[in-house]
Design a protein around this ligand. Sequence first.
Ligand code: AMP
Length: 238
Amino acid sequence: MSSSISSVANGREADSKIAPGPILLLGAPGVGKGTQAKELVKLWGIPQISTGDLLRANVAQSTSLGQVAKEIMGRGELVPDSLVNEMVAVRLQQPDTINGYILDGFPRTLGQAGWLDGRLAAQAGTLPVVAVSIQVNYNQLLRRITGRRNCPVCQTIYNVYVNPPKQDGVCDVEGTALTQRADDTEEVFKERMRAYGALTAPVVEHYRGLGRFAEVDGDRPIGMIAAGIVAAVERLRK
Ligand code: AMP
């Protein structure tokens, strides 16, 4: 799965020593932000910060944030900005973010984008964000969402239609039973797409307007999409 990005990365390493800085992966639910973030983590050694993963961890631990977020997430709606921004603020204080990070699933509203922009502007010496939006059509997204399965141990993401495990329902790496996210149903997907159109699509336009923005076609093999993101980030960082 990662061989193509590795070969792209190896071919590029000699002429490309960019500091990745803060990178935003934007796009509708199911476009592959999480999968691509993991490819970029391997390549650049900077952390993936997925607000969905952080929220799910809070739900699993039944923190006060998790208790509020659980039902909202189950309906496919967005968790309030103030709670998500605070969670991201705490994560960004970790020392592993010093050379950059990949924000996956954040910002999802103009309020979150304004908060992030303000925070970065106030930090001297921080590179400006580069935003990459991944595009996939609606029917593909529905197949990806309803076919998505996750390994609860190593977090590898499979898809029963396009990227199935070798043995049905079992992780290739861990041998553990794969799980399906509670919100990966067709009904909840429709609400997530509605929230995306109403609240997150304007965020894409916001970053497009700022200029440090690129779009990549997400309906291609994983390695090719990753190579497209790498090329876009390098271009935008020059
Ligand atoms: P994801 O794993 O990115 O698809 O997110 C799963 C769910 O977590 C979303 O449907 C929202 O309910 C919630 N969520 C994740 N990120 C955010 C965010 N930046 N703002 C508000 N809610 C979020």
